[in-house]
Design a protein around this ligand. Structure first.
Ligand code: HEM
Ligand SMILES: *[C@@H]1O[C@H](CO)[C@@H](O)[C@H](O)[C@H]1NC(C)=O
Length: 321
């Protein structure tokens, strides 16, 4: 009798295993309510002035959070500068000459460190800043879940592999999102982020010169500031949403329906495939888009966070402690 583990021991072990295997379950909106009661107000005030100063910054901060979460989870790894022991994500193809807002993140982090030294992770700062950016530009609000810790390393290769390029076809987009626990609907909702912000000529050149499922007058306009020859005007900017690039609305989806998606990957969401009906719904119903977007942002924020005693709370988002 004594050689068999007791029923109680088996149940205890089972509960322990469930705890060990679930990580995202530990994130919660009130994680810092006692340790940093003014956190939300502190972050919002810095994001607000940055976006007042330059509306595009809201888009840039939102994109940083996406590029963080898609590479080894939402762990603040994108914020790390290169060191002698690792080559970080800032120089990866999707980020080089493109990802921006790092100094605003530094400003937010300084303000937060002043209020609550050593308490709030950079990964969480980014999650809150992304939400605040969307709200300030007229998008939906949601209760950001918190309690992520910061990575102690970063990987350029992981960023090159993890973030989908604008040349992606629909199936590649769906499978990358699915691999991270995001549904096809989440893919479409989250892509609605391209209702704000800018893209470089190099990201859409092949589309405006070579693709036929693009409104000809838009193609003509974009060619005016994006020469055919690669290497010329690569960094010239164009708005992802031609009408209202600083309003978080549903124009992005209206554009897709009228073949005005700027990126190849944008237009892939409306090419007669599985996502057409979702695009149509969002183009007709901004409220459904906004509530699906908020839900999808919460799911994206749950991707593989470091919690408990994993990782650390960085003092400076650019380097490990
Ligand atoms: C579905 C796959 C996606 C692809 C292939 C993609 C690709 C791109 C590309 C190529 C740019 C322009 C970068 C440049 O030329 O410098 C861009 C900009 C942007 N992306 Fe995405 N993206 C995707 C999904 C997302 C998601 C899920 C979000 C946010 C949740 C997002 C947010 C943004 C924002 C806000 C900008 C503008 C940034 C700025 O103006 O600084 N994107 N994206
Ligand atoms: C258009 O496609 C052709 C043939 O694939 C290619 O050689 C050319 O570089 C493309 N042009 C642009 C601007 O991408």
């Amino acid at each position: 009798m004594a050689s068999f583990p007791s029923c109680k021991a088996v149940i205890t072990l089972a509960i322990l295993l469930v705890f060990l295997s679930s990580s995202s379950a530990q994130l919660s909106p009130d994680f810092y309510s006692k340790s940093c009661p003014n956190l939300f107000a502190t972050v919002k005030s810095v994001v607000h002035s940055a976006v007042q100063n330059e509306a595009r910054m809201g888009a840039s901060l939102l994109r940083l959070f996406f590029h963080d979460c898609f590479v080894n989870g939402c762990d603040g790894s994108i914020l790390l500068d290169d060191t002698s022991s690792f080559t970080g994500e800032k120089g990866a193809v999707p980020n080089r000459n493109s990802a921006r807002g790092f100094d605003v993140v530094d400003q937010i982090k300084s303000a937060v460190e002043k209020a609550c030294p050593g308490v709030v992770s950079c990964a969480d700062v980014l999650a809150i800043a992304a939400r605040d950016s969307v709200v300030i530009l007229g998008g939906p609000d949601w209760n950001v879940k918190l309690g992520r810790r910061d990575a102690k390393t970063a990987s350029r290769a992981a960023a090159n592999n993890g973030i989908p390029p604008p040349t992606s076809n629909l199936n590649a987009l769906i499978s990358r999102f699915n691999a991270l626990g995001l549904s096809t609907k989440d893919l479409v909702a989250l892509s609605g982020s391209h209702t704000i912000g800018q893209a470089r000529c190099t990201s859409f050149r092949a589309r405006i010169y070579n693709e036929s499922n693009l409104d000809t007058s838009l193609a003509q306009t974009r060619k005016g500031n994006c020469p055919r020859a690669s290497g010329v005007g690569d960094n010239n900017l164009a708005p992802l949403d031609l009408q209202t690039p600083t309003n978080f609305d549903n124009n992005y989806f209206k554009n897709l329906v009228s073949r005005r998606g700027l990126l190849h990957s944008d237009q892939q969401l409306f090419i007669g495939g599985a996502t057409d009906s979702i695009v149509r719904t969002y183009s007709n119903d901004p409220n459904t888009f906004k509530s699906d977007f908020a839900a999808a942002m919460l799911k994206m924020g749950d991707i593989r966070p470091l919690t408990g005693s994993n990782g650390e709370v960085r003092k400076n988002c650019r380097r490990v402690n």
